[in-house]
Design a protein around this ligand. Sequence first.
Ligand code: ADP
Length: 412
Amino acid sequence: MSSTSGSPGSSGTSGAPTAVLVVNAGSSSLKYQLIDVATSTTLGSGLIEKIGEPQGRAAHQGVDDTYVTDTPVHDHEEAFAVALHAFDEHGPRLADHPLLAVGHRVVHGGTSYSAPALITDELVQAVTELIPLAPLHNPPNLQGIAVALQAFPGVPQVAVFDTAFHQTMPAHAYTYAIPKDWREQHHVRRYGFHGTSHAYVSRAAAAFLGKAPADVNVIVLHVGNGASASAVAGGVCVDTSMGLTPLEGLVMGTRPGDIDPGLASYMMGVGLTPSDYDTALNTSCGLKALAGSNDYRDIEAAADGGDPAARLALDVAAYRLRKYLGAYTFALGHVDAVAFTAGAGENSSTLRALVVAGLEDQGLVLDAEANDVRSRDAHRISTQDSPVALLVIPTQEELEIAQQAARLVRHT
Ligand code: ADP
């Protein structure tokens, strides 16, 4: 794992705990990572999937190997017990790594949370009240918090919100031009998601350029199964492509990104229920709708083999990225770096090349050879003299959560 440079608070005081357990509880999964924030290394990690289904799966990366067990896991409480048992059985032993904090990924913090926060009854209440804005995410996040509070009653627990980094957006970027009562009574506005990734990657891009975050403007293109772009001016997010929900913006694995708002009433007019419409937007749109797969690897292979649907899917996704790149270039006025991150952003040289093809006159000069280099480390894919640096920066959301949690705990 590469280390983050310049993160205050990541070095341990001798003898003081430096381990943070990061918990990311999804609706049917529990991801966890034990991170030593003094060295920015992962000591152990795991993923428990298909919680609540007849056959679950638990994979734990211990000290020297990965252990996979197929076993039913009924709920998040049991999943947490499975994780703790895996640490005992396969290491690293939690007794050898006293916890400085437990850091929880929490998807929606609304407008109340623009920074990580200690978990209190009040915070749990606030996250509960935000469930209507994140019905798929906040409930399992709360379950993760509840079981971790039980398992580690004496350890400070911190919520790190996906929305927090985007809270700095100016009103002209987060306001939708919709009726006042929708905005005021129903809290409809752009919130943005993937914030920990955008925060980490924009800072890492500045570090890569040898500059302080305050001295650079970066456009981050996070392209995984979910995808979002952000414009970060001097370390501060000024715009992002996801909105009230994580459906807006870029074309994603199974989500369409930007569509005409009139589509909802049109489809309901032809017989779709609101709930079917919502399910379709979340699960059967995007790359999957266009190419039959939501995985760029399959789509690229099919496009190479001459499949026109796969070709179109790639072109639509790349063109949407390019439009956001153009929009955010003007929003920022001056751009120092464009950073590609997440599954496809980090691994698909084809997609990256499509996004910036022919933009040399705009100062984005791809180095085709560098673009083909595969590396787990941050690297430059533009020519050395490209006015805008094109970078690949592997995202490290869990490390960012661990570091944010550690900083908060050490300063309170
Ligand atoms: P998530 O949003 O689920 O965290 P990831 O960031 O892990 O997603 O990205 C997963 C996606 O990344 C895959 O669905 C696939 O489209 C893409 N991906 C992963 N590896 C490669 C690769 N080698 N080449 C192209 N795309 C890749």
